[in-house]
Design a protein. Structure first.
Length: 103
């Protein structure tokens, strides 16, 4: 999932919770501000509660695991480039006179 897609899902959750709070306030004859905290608490509870559909992990843990995986892959890619590709590039450039100081 891209960052933009995740942001859109976040916006969708906000939009739906606002509409839900409006309808609940109308149905219960209460104020929007009275309904919104209850809805926010339901969302927060779901986010931090282990979910059977997510292998018993919380939604927060799934997101964090993905972040850690991406960081690990970036570190691995940088290590490969720095340890393998860079020396080969330097060797190739020096061998062909590209670093000789001539234009």
């Amino acid at each position: 999932m891209s960052i933009a897609e995740a942001a859109l899902y976040g916006d969708l959750v906000k939009y739906l919770s606002d509409r839900w709070a409006e309808q609940a306030a109308e149905f219960n004859e209460t104020a929007f501000g009275e309904e919104r905290p209850q809805i926010d608490e339901l969302i927060r509870t779901w986010f931090f509660t282990p979910q059977p559909d997510l292998h018993g992990l919380t939604s927060r843990a799934i997101i964090r695991n993905e972040e850690l995986t991406i960081d690990l892959l970036l570190d691995l890619a940088f290590g490969i480039v720095y340890k393998l590709v860079y020396p080969l590039l330097c060797f190739f450039c020096c061998d062909h006179g590209l670093f000789s100081g001539r234009p």
